[in-house]
Design a protein around this ligand. Structure first.
Ligand code: NAP
Length: 297
């Protein structure tokens, strides 16, 4: 971070992303596109590769190099939550931070992943979760953010299905008395899908480089896309490839589909509001994101 400060100069306002690996992160591109569109010529965003176990050192460096904000990705979301001076209610409930804002020497941590997901649902699929029945496949960090955000957006119910039952229980707790756990077996899942308005794939299944799955294969989806149909929204948090095999199949069955690029753009937009106080230039951010990850028809 000191090197970034030296490069950008003493008058620059610097933000960045910490993670490992971080080379694939679109965050600096999204931030810098937004700064350019907003005319914030002295603002810069940089990627910082910070290995697991070096989170405290990264936050110390943030103070030393006078950085204004950090976007936080794996594996630092949980460690940062334990190290900042103040946590938002959402970050406290998730025990995970994806955004740090430095004010003087105090670090404030929050989490914009879930809010980004709900914004992308509204804008990308015209879907308002209020009063709707939701089913989330997966119970990792992203799924937990989605469960909490859907609950805060007044979803009628949020059901969770996961490979590891105990983690499903922990995620469903975030939805309070509207949360339920669906056993990971075909009849229970089929029943849950039938009564859902929204189904979310919050696992990495289908992501390039993790589990590349051909569209016509039958991989071990937690929610088989063949169960989905018209009148339902299928949202995948994965955005590489676009569309994912799960979304291709759901779309072929008539579901309205949404990939994870919108969540990425909107969680970054929410971070920009925290750091700059300005209205984020969504069009410029979308253009940058879609140039990096075009939709393959
Ligand atoms: P994570 O914490 O590692 O959780 C992964 C989840 O997927 C767990 O519930 C895990 O089940 C399940 N899973 C993994 N492999 C599986 C398999 N072979 N079969 C069945 N279930 C499996 O990961 P995460 O941070 O939540 O991220 C999940 C996905 O969301 C990733 O692809 C990530 O890139 C994406 N994401 C997108 C955005 C965005 O802005 N679009 C933001 C965050 C994350 P167990 O609990 O049984 O291990």
């Amino acid at each position: 971070m000191e090197a970034a400060r030296a490069e950008a100069g003493p008058d620059a306002t610097i933000v960045g992303v910490i993670g490992s690996p971080v080379t694939h992160s679109l965050s600096p591109l999204l931030h810098n596109s937004a700064f350019a569109a907003l005319g914030l010529g002295s603002w810069r965003s940089y990627p910082f590769d910070v290995p697991l176990g070096r989170t405290q050192q990264a936050l110390d460096a943030m103070r030393r190099a006078d950085l204004t904000g950090l976007s936080v990705t794996m594996p630092h979301k949980r460690p940062v939550a334990a190290l900042v001076d103040e946590l938002s209610e959402v970050a406290r409930r998730l025990d995970a931070v994806n955004c740090v804002h430095r004010l003087d020497d105090a670090l404030y941590g929050t989490n914009t992943d879930g809010e980004g997901f709900v914004s992308s649902l509204l804008r990308g699929a015209d879907f308002d979760p209020a009063g709707r029945r939701c089913l989330v496949a997966g119970a990792g960090g992203a799924a937990r953010a989605v469960v909490l955000a859907l609950t805060r957006a007044d979803a009628a119910s949020v059901a969770v299905v996961n490979r590891t039952h105990d983690r499903a229980v922990e995620a469903a707790v975030l939805a309070g008395n509207r949360g339920t756990v669906v056993p990971n077996e075909s009849k229970a899942v089929a029943d849950a899908v039938m009564s859902a308005d929204l189904v979310v794939n919050a696992t990495p299944l289908g992501m390039s480089g993790v589990d590349r799955i051909d569209s016509d294969a039958s991989p071990p989806w937690l929610v088989p896309p063949s169960l989905l149909g018209s009148g339902q929204v299928a949202a995948d948090l994965v955005y590489v490839p676009r569309p994912t095999p799960w979304l291709r199949q759901a779309s072929a069955r008539g579901a309205t589909v949404l990939d994870g690029l919108g969540m990425l753009v909107h969680q970054a937009a929410a971070q920009l509001i925290i750091w700059t106080g300005a209205e984020p230039p969504l069009r410029a951010m979308w253009r940058a994101a879609e140039t990096a990850h075009p939709f393959e028809a």
